[in-house]
Design a protein around this ligand. Structure first.
Ligand code: HEC
Length: 152
C-alpha cells in the first residue's frame, strides 16, 4: 500500500474510534430553574437577544446542533459550553451576589462593545447570532440600567 493510502486508512479508523470517547457536553437543566435570570430584569427585546446570541454557551438551555454528536467537533463545543457557563450563566444569575452581578454586567458590556462575543467560531455556524450595532447598544444600555438598579 502507498503511504497516502495508509494515512487515509489510519485517519478514518481514528475518526471512528474517537466517536466512542464521551464528548463531555454538560446537560441542560429545566427551564423553570429557580436561579434563572429574573424576567423583571429583561425586556422582550433583551430576552430575545441574549437567547439568540448568548444562551447556547451562557445558560443551562443550550440548543445543540446535529454536529455536536461528532467528535472532535463535540469536544470543542463541550469546552465552549463548560467554559462559557463557568464565566457567566444566565440560568444561575439569581444565585450570584450583587458584587458578582455588577462585575459580570461590566464584562458583558465590554464583550458587547469590543465584539468579543459571541465567539467567532460560533458565528460561522450561527450567523443569525451576530449582534448588529443597534443590538450592541441595546445590550450595553441594559447592562447599565441593571447595574444602576442593583446599586440603588
Ligand atoms: C460559542 C459559545 C459562546 C457564545 C455563543 C457566547 N459566549 Fe461568552 N464566553 C464563551 C467562552 C468559552 C468564554 C470564556 C473564555 C473567553 O473569555 O473567551 C466566554 C466568556 C464570556 C464572558 C466573560 C469574559 C471575561 O472577561 O471573563 C462574558 C461577559 C461573555 N462571555 C459574554 C457573552 C455574551 C454577552 C454573549 C452573547 C452576546 C456571549 N458571551 C456569547 C463562549 C460563548
Amino acid at each position: 500500500m502507498k503511504a497516502a493510502k495508509v494515512f487515509i486508512l489510519v485517519l478514518i479508523v481514528g475518526l471512528i474510534v474517537i466517536q466512542f470517547v464521551p464528548s463531555g457536553i454538560p446537560g441542560n437543566k429545566p427551564e423553570d430553574d429557580k436561579n434563572i435570570i429574573n424576567s423583571d430584569l429583561l425586556s422582550d427585546p433583551v430576552t430575545e437577544l441574549i437567547r439568540k446570541s448568548c444562551f447556547d454557551c451562557h445558560s443551562d438551555q443550550t440548543e445543540l446542533p446535529w454536529y455536536s454528536r461528532l467528535a472532535p467537533v463535540s469536544w470543542v463545543l463541550a469546552n465552549h459550553i463548560k467554559e462559557g457557563r463557568s464565566h457567566l450563566n444566565f440560568s444561575e444569575w439569581e444565585g450570584y451576589s450583587e458584587r458578582e452581578k455588577i462585575s459580570k454586567l461590566a464584562e458583558i458590556k465590554d464583550e458587547a462593545e469590543s465584539g468579543g462575543m459571541p465567539l467567532k467560531s460560533y458565528l460561522l455556524m450561527h450567523p443569525e447570532a451576530k449582534m448588529n450595532p443597534e443590538e450592541v447598544l441595546l445590550l450595553v444600555a441594559w447592562t447599565e440600567e441593571v447595574s444602576a438598579r442593583i446599586l440603588e
